[in-house]
Write a protein that binds this ligand. Structure first.
Ligand code: AMP
Length: 223
């Protein structure tokens, strides 16, 4: 099964994605995570991408598109859940062309709805566990408050992403996400149109519920 997941930063997309990928044993391909691996490993690609990421800008397409399409081939042969890509209309078109050229079926597209102001507060409270980025920890959400300064799931050390604490960078990321002309919502709606033609299924979820209720709604709509 191949799935795309859309949602603003802070919508719980990573958490829900992780639950879905576990259920269907999919490769969880996160474009932002691939960039962070490159930055951590000090690769040339990582060094090129870092300045864009720190500012909250998109990394240019000539770096991002080949990187993601290559990862789908190398890691995604047994099914994938793609998160963080496409983030623009251009990326959506390139992805769709590549899938068609390779005869890869896109099964589901998931869109998580969340108002911009709610998303911003959630991002600033988000903490990353050193053992697993998808262990949910957020100092502003009671249900997933860390255990002191440690991960509530495994007790690992927590840290905050620099781009999560910078209101300017958050604003830029959301400007890109909520842009329905050429941005990420335009990319999502590109697939919504394809779903209307029967090319895939498009599921919409309300991101303001609890992690458990969103998960139940989501899994009930998947096979
Ligand atoms: P994320 O972890 O999804 O919030 O991504 C972190 C950062 O990586 C973004 O703010 C962008 O700078 C960069 N990035 C991730 N995915 C993409 C993409 N599809 N296109 C361009 N830049 C991206």
């Amino acid at each position: 099964m191949n799935i795309l997941i859309f949602g603003p930063n802070g919508s719980g997309k990573g958490t829900q994605g992780s639950l879905v990928k576990d259920k269907y044993n999919l490769a969880h391909i996160e474009s932002g995570g691939i960039f962070r691996e490159h930055i951590g490993g000090g690769t040339e690609l990582g060094m090129k991408a870092k300045a864009f990421i720190d500012r909250g800008d998109l990394v240019p397409d000539d770096i991002t598109i080949p990187m993601v399409l290559e990862t789908l081939k190398t890691r995604g042969a047994g099914g994938w859940l793609l998160d963080g890509f496409p983030r623009s209309m251009v990326q959506a078109q390139k992805l769709w062309e590549a899938l068609q050229a390779e005869n890869v079926k896109l099964d589901f597209v998931i869109e998580i709805l969340l108002p911009r102001e709610v998303a911003k507060n959630r991002i600033m409270g988000r903490r990353l566990c050193k053992n697993d980025n998808n262990h949910p920890n957020n100092i502003f959400i009671d249900a997933i408050k860390p255990n002191g300064d440690k991960c509530r799931v495994c007790g690992g050390d927590l840290s905050a992403r620099a781009d999560d604490q910078d209101e300017g960078a958050i604003g830029k990321r959301h400007d890109i996400y909520y842009d329905t002309n050429t941005g990420t919502l335009a990319a999502a709606y590109f697939f919504k149109d394809l779903a209307a033609k029967g090319e895939c299924k498009y599921l919409v979820l309300n991101g303001e519920g609890s992690i458990g209720s969103i998960k139940d709604t989501l899994l009930a709509q998947l096979p």
